[in-house]
Design a protein around this ligand. Structure first.
Ligand code: HEM
Length: 234
């Protein structure tokens, strides 16, 4: 689901880049309502009700609930940080960095609320599991929690109106926490996949996440710092 979600996010962001920029406020409102409905439905399901969707809606709701859609949007936002900006494709997507981080958070909230409460309510059952499963769940929970705590200030400061009100240095300082956020999400996802039984879909998704995070780390920290050293003539 993550590979398809990432492709769809890239294609839609590229095609509708002008509209996303122009109507961002309305889009936040529409997506916010949609996420709110997904949360309400999850509460109904928790209380024993059955909620059914049409096949297309079912796929969209599953992609939000599983974290795949939010994760895909954050992958695109993260990768924009290592764009060379020397082609139209990268320039067109990069303009949307702020808007996509806000939309990513909106679509991640139902996932966070669902699993945060599910893990808290089932904590006793998790503590009774075998040690390796318990450790995986604990790391996943902690990494997810850290990601949520960092995501909130990043979300608030992504709004242009808020950004304008805080000094540039403070804004940059807050944005640097995005690296810890990406790392926490990667750890959380890695734990999810390590805990799943092997299958073609699971292995492909796991490989996809590894390629994305390793290539990002390489481009951002190793390639960039060696370019800096070359520029400084070291
Ligand atoms: C900002 C916070 C979070 C982000 C960005 C995030 C992102 C993700 C992503 C990208 C996936 C993989 C989706 C896929 O490949 O299909 C995932 C799966 C999952 N996450 Fe999170 N997550 C967050 C917080 C949490 C928290 C707090 C928990 C609670 C323990 C959690 C539990 C899970 C579980 C259980 C799955 C597997 C879901 C499934 O297979 O349907 N996540 N998350």
């Amino acid at each position: 689901m993550i590979i398809a979600s990432t492709m769809i996010v890239i294609i839609l962001s590229y095609i509708f880049s002008r509209q996303i920029k122009e109507y961002s406020g309305s889009l936040y409102l529409i997506f916010g309502c949609f996420s709110f409905i997904v949360i309400l439905h999850r509460i109904l399901i928790f209380n024993g009700y059955s909620v059914e969707y049409t096949p297309i809606l079912d796929t969209i709701v599953k992609s939000i609930d599983s974290g795949a859609l939010g994760g895909a949007i954050f992958i695109v936002v993260m990768y924009m940080g290592v764009f060379n900006m020397n082609n139209n494709f990268e320039k067109r997507l990069r303009r949307l960095r702020g808007e996509l981080s806000i939309i990513g958070t909106i679509f991640t909230l139902p996932h966070n609320i669902h699993y945060l409460f599910e893990y808290i309510f089932n904590s006793q059952a998790i503590l009774n599991m075998k040690t390796s499963t318990k450790i995986i769940c604990l790391i996943m929970f902690m990494a997810g929690l850290i990601a949520i705590i960092i995501m909130i200030p990043l979300f608030i400061t992504s709004f242009i109106k808020v950004k304008r009100r805080i000094p540039g240095k403070t804004w940059k300082y807050i944005q640097n926490f995005a690296y810890i956020f990406y790392a926490a999400v990667f750890v959380q996802v890695a734990m999810v996949y390590i805990g799943k039984p092997s299958s073609l879909a699971r292995n492909l998704s796991m490989l996809f996440y590894m390629v994305i995070f390793i290539s990002y780390t390489y481009k951002k920290f190793i390639l960039n710092s060696s370019k800096k050293l070359i520029r400084q003539g070291v």
